[in-house]
Design a protein around this ligand. Structure first.
Ligand SMILES: NC(=O)c1ccc[n+]([C@@H]2O[C@H](COP(=O)([O-])OP(=O)(O)OC[C@H]3O[C@@H](n4cnc5c(N)ncnc54)[C@H](O)[C@@H]3O)[C@@H](O)[C@H]2O)c1
Length: 249
């Protein structure tokens, strides 16, 4: 899988999973554009990549802003000459009783997670469709698109929506040779992995909690040109948790 001379835009790449995805694409030779609202963290990700000999650009972006998204893709095109891959990863979680969620909070989660995915995909695709070999988009959903704990309505709605627009966009962008897929992560530990307990790990069919690199490797697979027969799918990367049948005793 070759990513040299490819340009990848990753939203929310300042922290957590997005940073892990950015570091792996950089290691594979891609130009990496880090789009995040958190300037400190975004610059830090870019600095790590540059210290390791990679190529990176930070563009401060609030993915709730349509004009920020337009400026992000324009800056990427102007700096590297193309946009080949987009990873829609920026997101926020809200756990709050459905009786108490305000309209403003609901709208904020929808705009951050779901509307941004559509706007970024559409804007990036307007550039990708001019590439000789098209492009590839990965939307980060969640296993919460298909399973729930209480008090997660707005987040679940965005992740279910992301899975749905993934196959819709795969159909619309196929004429422009752009593949569109989703990844649904389960528990991916972005904090101190050493603090996890034996029970945390053992409850997974895989016998371990996930790491950002697990999602990064899935992104490489879905965006590699030789895998362009894969489009419209939702790849669940969750250590088997959504396949584990549980009856309480
Ligand atoms: N960590 C998990 O267990 C897990 C599981 C399933 C899905 N996910 C999804 O993976 C993605 C990344 O999650 P994470 O755990 O790394 O989260 P995180 O909070 O560590 O990182 C999210 C990043 O998105 C950025 N961001 C938030 N709002 C933004 C905005 N308006 N504009 C631009 N950037 C913004 C943050 O600054 C941060 O850098 C999210 O979409 C999340 O829903 C995570």
């Amino acid at each position: 899988m070759g990513f040299a001379n490819k340009t990848v835009v990753i939203t929310g790449a300042g922290n957590g999973i997005g940073r892990g995805v950015a570091l792996l694409f950089a290691e594979k030779g891609a130009n990496v554009v880090i789009a995040d609202i958190d300037e400190h963290a975004g610059v830090e990700t870019a600095d790590i990549i540059k210290k390791q000999g990679g190529t990176a650009l930070f563009v401060r972006t609030d993915v709730r802003s349509a004009s920020d998204i337009v400026a992000l893709m324009k800056a990427t095109q102007q700096t590297y000459g193309s946009i080949d891959i987009l990873i829609n990863n920026a997101g926020k979680v809200l756990f709050k009783s459905p009786y108490e969620v305000t309209v403003e909070e609901w709208d904020d989660v929808i705009q951050t997670n779901l509307r941004s995915t559509f706007l970024c995909a559409r804007e990036a695709a307007t550039y990708m469709r001019n590439n000789a070999d098209g492009g590839s988009i990965v939307n980060i959903a969640s296993s919460r698109a298909i399973m729930s704990e209480p008090n997660s309505e707005s987040y679940a709605a965005t992740k279910g929506g992301i899975v749905a627009i993934t196959h819709a966009l795969a159909a619309s962008f196929s004429q422009d040779r752009i593949s569109v897929n989703a990844i649904s992560p389960g528990w991916i530990e972005t904090g101190d992995y050493t603090k996890l307990t034996k029970a945390d790990h053992e409850q997974h069919l895989s016998k371990r909690v996930g790491k950002p690199a697990d999602i990064a490797r899935a992104c490489l697979f879905l965006t590699a040109k030789e895998n362009d027969f894969v489009t419209g799918v939702n790849l669940i990367v969750d250590g088997g948790m959504t396949r584990k049948m549980i009856y309480e005793e």
